[in-house]
Design a protein. Structure first.
Lengths: 369, 369, 369, 369
């Protein structure tokens, strides 16, 4: 089968022909229809420090997917051939303290699809039946594939209720954009979003941000205060992985408010804990993975409601073979979420395949500091 | 001034001329623009057992309002003349255990506007400054007035998060209708609503119910299960005060789910606690009043977002003088929320003033048991 | 092997010789050292309505145990031969909504050891490895066996924090007694306990109740108020299954307080929901089983701390063969928890084997209504 | 009256004669019996950067107290002459977002007794009646005075339940020692405490720490893991204000665990957020002040229970005049909590007045890395 492979310990990926996986008694084999690209995949492509320490080439990468079950192991009862499925990509051990106390998303022996095992940038992928998620057959495949990162956004934004609360989201990359869509579906208001990339701020508004701010030009903290009667926001969700955004958000959140951290930082971060966390009596949540499987059920409900529309975040739909072009777009920050179609992009999606041109991204911002 | 008064311990109310209240150092005087009718007001009109035990005539009744401050006591700093305001109508003592531990909505010495003090079915009302709520000047007065019952709906529906969760609301009177609107703004799905009154079920759909069921004709529990993949709903909010609806809802909620009780029952209710509460490990919240003032802030945010539209629930707009007609409509169940305008209904609202005719309420229901 | 069997659909149990169970690849075989008697076992002995509908004779009964692993299935890695173990006795399916969302204690397809499968009133018992709990080898076997009901008590009392809070426990049977011990270890104060049986009230005091009340002689609600400065208790845990105790507790809990229901009622119960639940804004938890496996970890920690001493609740230690005498003692309410030793009671426990004599149980109560 | 005064903007304090305060209609005047010293007082004594920016001399300092009401303002009903009282020392505005949403401990306009107003290192102190707390008349005055810092410890340790959970406390100064006592009363186990000062570790054990570790000699993270079966602790409470302790604690807490931060840092702290907070999915609480007045009720219950004994933390009892000696002891870390008696130390406390001698503090530590 065709597969995108990290062939050797060096930058880059290659499209190769590799054998179709063979499955065990508790596994299923899925014919992949679409897969989508996560920042992790880009890190592996670029072969950063984390990748060098973690990945053991040769290996098929990729972990976000939607497809159909074509074979099930003999002990599998929860899913059948023909089911349209996606998958939780964190593979917990089931036996550690965390797995036994409802926190398997932080399993001490976690293995990750496409990182510790062969992934889904391929025609077929092997999955333990326990992590397979049955989709509504009518769910668009690209949306089905991004349920996995959407789950991160749900856990980040909904770590505590946001309905009827003010919210700041810093970082409007794919994850932040999904977070904005979740916040809007959940009834947060105002939804203030920041990014240094105006193209992404435009996407942010199309997903439901009520105000966008470019910290390169605008005084974020002052603007947030002005928009919240001087109080600051009740909720701050950090998706950027940028220390400056973290500091601005901690400053902008109201005393007694709540913070969720999803964005990853290049290195340890200096934080004024006294003034920005302790005296403000903040609650700060570190967010990783998705709660299994509570998050998936909430994602399903939100998508079915029609209140959560993530399609504006899916800016590019490419054939699998265009993986390298996709990686470069991601590195340039010139995209939202990129979807790869294993057997080619359907004709009806052709017109959304083209990236938004640069000149289109010069949009007026709505608040000035 | 004109005021609707319970003149003597007997059924009925009268429009009378009474003196404008005089205020103390911590009070404000409000010129009432609109007031809206609560089930409590109808109980006082009908002079039921509770009213006989509680009300001390002669007294002005009414407690939901919007208006403008025309005078403030000398110690009042939080609000000024000209402010457009509504009010929390529960007047806590500030000194009991509950008041000192963030639960003043269940103050042990609670007094209620229009029940224990003269109310707002009048040109002017006296309010302690501590319970006055400043509105956005652009908020429509009728919406401003119903923030108070909307707060009950918020506390009922949002006692725990509903975003991305299935929900059953039993009882589509004014409170239940507001609950449906809140659930929709908060991203609950599906939102299943029941009532024996088809007119109200039609209103329910216009406020966001995704399925409505008439238990007089349909098998509610079976329908709820069918709509939730056999699991039942995660959240059950009881607004009806009907024991049968309570039993159906407890049956229809999934094990480990959550229940909020707002509707009041005519008498003690027989509940199969073993099977419907204990073995199901439900969490049941009794809901009363509104959390002060957290609920008000959330209501403000929801209304400002545009995601919460309660206007379909405001079926009738009457002049204050039509209070008796309004009470009879309520008793007949032929209305949503009724708004009374103290100085006459504005011309632009004339066309929503008329009740929906009976033949319009015969609408197809969407699920059959 | 020797086993206590329900031989036919009729009252009573018999000691029989039956084959040692054979285990599957995911099971373990345990040589039982001690087992303890639950109210459920007594219901099966008495052959009540529930038993008739549920049990399929012939069957070995019993589900609380401690023993040593003597054989493991070929796929079992989490436990080994020689381990000293107890077991969660609720056997969830692992695939339903509840199992996938951290609520497997209310699995929709639950099977229960000794109810739906052969139990542990026997020399050997077969257990799925997934529910086996490894004990500290130094834990006394009788204490190890009662970890299972102790888990119910933990979930009941600790459904919300009790540290530094006032608490009422109604019903001082074995479960309530364990609840008192948990409340004490958790720093609740005062701990008020009620029962109509003075012998049990004496046990209650020995386990940490700071005040005991006999509702047959004392005005419980008034006494609770007097002990809490007029406010009532913050927490009410109902272990009795008696409607009168439920009503007294709901009356005695402070507005905004919390209620946990564990006791089972003979029939549906009439509750004044308006006055006792809704207007008081109570939170009511139905409690069933134990949270898997969070509860077990907390029980382990509490037992290891030395702060939780349940031994005063273990009033009788019998050989397995004395099961019928034990059942009669339970029916008479003349015991706390009864422990059965499969191979005879150790000599050093001989002196605690005898029931407390009736005259010893006439003790002064500490509060009079 | 006699009072300890910061006379001018420079290091040091002076005992002076100043006028007895005059009270307003909402105030009470308290004759101070005992006062205790907080780290804040030492900062004012030493005249650090924070003090220079905050304190406006001349001013009476001090904020922890117990005494008797000798005069009440004419509007005061909640407290009367002769009452034995302590006080919440944070004086909230009552009107900001935080005050109106149950978070007045982070009032945006907070004023603090002895910082922004004249304090209680004096014969008399003026207090707003709203912050006065009535004590049980039998509560020892020194214990009554330390209820205020005990409240910080309660909020830190009990931010989430600790009953039946493992806990690490870093920093065994007065606040940390009180935290240990709270953890023990709440049934946490094990309770692991760290400090670089062996004298304080000895105090830690006397207050209930089950293991103490000196990071100057021992490998804290490894020891914590060894004590928790390799998992790390469920709860980490940071009282030290030392960045190294923070890092060790974040390392030692189990994934999905909880962290409370009370200790203040000299400067911003570098934190490996990715590895230690985000990937571990920790919940981190900033703790400041005490929740009004929920914390006070819990402290009252804990002290009344007899389960919480803070007296081993009260290492020194001095007359008010010995304030300078007390400050030096604190700077040297050679004490727990120091209590000052305004009218002299009672004879029966004479023998606890002497500091523990240095040689007594060389005690064996219980775990080696």
């Amino acid at each position: 089968m065709r597969a995108v492979v990290k062939p050797r310990p060096a930058p880059g990926l290659e499209l190769q022909r590799v054998p179709v996986p063979t499955i065990g008694p508790d596994d299923v084999l899925v014919k992949v229809k679409v897969t989508s690209i996560c920042g992790t995949d880009r890190h592996i492509y670029e072969w950063d420090e984390w990748s060098q320490a973690t990945i053991r080439p040769p290996q098929v990468i990729g972990h976000e997917l939607a497809g159909h079950v074509v074979e099930v192991g003999r002990q599998v009862r929860s899913v059948g051939v023909g089911d349209f499925v996606s998958a939780e990509t964190h593979l917990p051990c089931g036996e550690c303290l965390q797995c036994r106390t409802g926190r398997m998303h932080v399993c001490q022996n976690m293995r990750i699809l496409g990182v510790h095992t062969d992934g889904c940038f391929a025609e077929y992928v092997k999955l333990p039946a326990a992590v397979v998620w049955k989709n509504d057959p009518d769910l668009p495949p690209a949306v089905a594939s991004v349920q996995e990162p959407l789950g991160n956004a749900v856990d980040t934004v909904l770590a505590e209720p946001v309905t009827g609360k003010s919210l700041l989201i810093t970082g409007c990359g794919p994850a932040g954009l999904l977070g904005i869509a979740v916040a809007r579906a959940a009834g947060a208001f105002p939804i203030i979003a920041t990014d240094v990339n105006d193209y992404r701020l435009r996407l942010a508004r199309s997903l439901g941000a009520t105000t966008t701010l470019n910290p390169g030009r605008e005084a974020v903290v002052e603007a947030v205060r002005a928009l919240t009667g001087g109080d600051g926001v009740e909720v701050f969700a950090e998706f950027s992985g940028h220390p400056g955004a973290l500091a601005q958000g901690l400053e902008a959140v109201t005393p007694g408010g709540r913070v969720s951290l999803l964005g990853l930082y290049r290195s340890p971060v200096e934080v004024d804990l006294n003034r920005l966390v302790i005296f403000k009596a903040l609650t700060v949540y570190g967010i990783t993975g998705r709660k299994m499987f509570e998050t998936w059920y909430r994602v399903r409900s939100l998508l079915a409601s029609g209140e959560l529309d993530v399609t504006p975040a899916l800016t590019h739909q490419f054939p699998l073979e265009a993986f390298a072009e996709a990686m470069e777009l991601m590195s340039a920050g010139a995209c939202g979420k990129i979807v790869l179609w294993v057997d080619g992009v359907p004709a009806e999606l052709d017109d959304v395949e083209r990236p938004v041109r640069e000149e289109e991204s010069r949009v007026p911002v709505t608040v000035h500091g």
